[in-house]
Design a protein around this ligand. Structure first.
Ligand SMILES: Cc1cc2nc3c(=O)[nH]c(=O)nc-3n(C[C@H](O)[C@H](O)[C@H](O)COP(=O)(O)O)c2cc1C
Length: 432
């Protein structure tokens, strides 16, 4: 896995908070506690335990870190919404490691190659929010990550970094891996919480937000793997350092694990300053394979809107990509080339999205399979007159605010943007 990481760039401690340890270990996974400790492992936790939880929250807020799970919500603000103080009682920290978004494989790398980094990040975050129990909600197919994380948890417990009275601080935290059974909806934070509790994995009404009433009705913070893995270096090196990592490329802060998949020469994953461009990424990926040209691209997984070649120069950050009519999502680009059939690409994504509807709300349960049926007919040249207008109408009915959660709106993003940019291709599939 790491061979596909950072090819062509040098990951340094000063500039690559997420991946410098892999580079320092010669491109290998850092799997033992001693190897991790030799690379400043747990130094941030030791420092954090001398600070107050509120000071850490403040630092994370000042750093400008935004959630890397897709929505980009500011992490420090999320943490500050959790009740603190002696009366706040039991609280939970959940790491969202479900990563079932097609085209997305960044969290897997962090967990397989740097399991102790996630463990340290979680102890530190738990201290900052006053959580006594934590779960890593892990995609079931990530077998290697599960093995390595469990081994890291065991070793950290033995060394006193987890469990009761961590490093003599009086703070106690228990951490467990929960392996999912393979539903995309379990990545949605409230469905995830239901699943963890042993209930049917459907999303919950918000409010109340998990920060007020999450797992077992208690205040809970859910954060993505990559989000959490940034926290130790923010504590060690400071908020200003983290902000500056963006190097003027973006109003956002830090770095981002960006990736490219599709028919490029070197698909892979790179840690770059946030706000780097898709053009830079495409260069690192070695450009399109011989004889192929870029037709279109998804900026951040299968539930974002397509963008075109003219967008390659834009900063890949939350606000810039939103202004261009899409979303940064997970930041892992999926490239579609000119030999592919865009209607079939959309159909393929829709098969996944319709299958993964949890069935809780009618618009999503009924709307996605119907949408698939119509896209499928068009892809086979059997579309009926009026189908394209009907699909456009459906993108409004299944758009933000109408279904119960963000699954169906996300599912419609590739479709709505494909119709916007490639209407002619859809028209070719309508029977005259
Ligand atoms: C259908 C669906 C699937 C999702 N899957 C994931 C996922 O696999 N990993 C993730 O971190 N966030 C996922 N999210 C977003 C989470 O609900 C939540 O916003 C995120 O875990 C918050 O963490 P962050 O603030 O650190 O980004 C998903 C959302 C939806 C609607």
């Amino acid at each position: 896995m790491s061979s596909a990481l950072n090819r062509g760039i040098e990951a340094r401690r000063e500039t690559h908070p997420l991946t410098w340890r892999i580079a320092a270990a010669g491109g290998e996974a850092v799997q033992t506690l001693s190897a991790y400790e030799a690379l400043e492992g747990f130094a941030a936790l030791k420092k954090a335990l001398t600070m107050s939880p509120e000071d850490i929250q403040k630092l994370v807020k000042e750093s400008g870190l935004r959630g890397r799970g897709g929505a980009g919500f500011p992490t420090g603000i999320k943490w500050s919404l959790i009740p603190m103080g002696p009366e706040s009682g039991s609280k939970y920290l959940i790491c969202n490691a479900d990563e079932m978004e097609p085209g997305t494989f960044k969290d897997r790398l962090l967990m397989e190659e740097l399991p102790f980094q996630l463990v340290e990040s979680m102890v530190l975050a738990a201290y900052a929010i006053g959580a006594q129990t934590g779960y890593i909600f892990l995609r079931g197919e990530y077998i290697l990550a599960a093995q390595r994380l469990k081994a890291a948890i065991q070793a950290a417990e033995k060394a006193g970094y987890l469990g009761k009275n961590i490093a003599g601080s009086g703070f106690s935290f228990e951490l467990r891996v929960h392996e999912g059974a393979g539903r995309y909806i379990c990545g949605e934070e409230t469905a995830l919480i239901n699943c963890l509790e042993g209930r049917r994995a459907n999303p919950r009404t918000k409010p109340p937000f998990p920060q007020q009433a999450g797992a077992w009705g208690r205040p809970t913070i859910v954060n993505n793997v990559e989000t959490l893995c940034n926290v130790p270096d923010i504590v060690l090196r400071g908020a200003a350092w983290f902000k500056n990592l963006a190097q003027g490329k973006s109003a956002d802060a830090g770095t981002k694990l960006y990736g490219v998949s599709g028919r490029v020469n070197h698909p892979g994953l790179w840690e770059l300053p946030i706000g780097s461009t898709a053009e830079e990424l495409m260069a690192l990926a070695g450009g399109m394979q011989d004889g192929l040209a870029l037709m279109t691209w998804l900026p951040g997984g299968a539930s974002t809107d397509f963008l075109m070649s003219e967008h390659l120069k834009l900063a890949l950050d939350y606000d810039t990509i939103a202004k261009a009519g899409s979303r940064m999502g997970t930041g892992l680009i999926m490239v579609v080339d000119d030999q592919q059939d865009i209607v079939k690409v959309v159909r393929n994504l829709m098969v996944f999205m319709a299958r993964e509807s949890c069935g809780w709300c009618t618009p999503c349960r009924e709307g996605l399979p119907w949408t698939l049926k119509v896209v499928d007919a068009i892809s086979q040249g059997k579309g009926a007159r009026g189908d394209i207008d009907w699909l456009k109408e459906m993108t409004r009915w299944l758009g933000p605010g109408r279904p119960f959660c963000a699954h169906a709106p996300g599912a419609m993003e590739p479709l709505q943007s494909a119709i916007k940019y490639f209407k002619g291709e859809f028209e070719k599939g309508i029977r005259s």
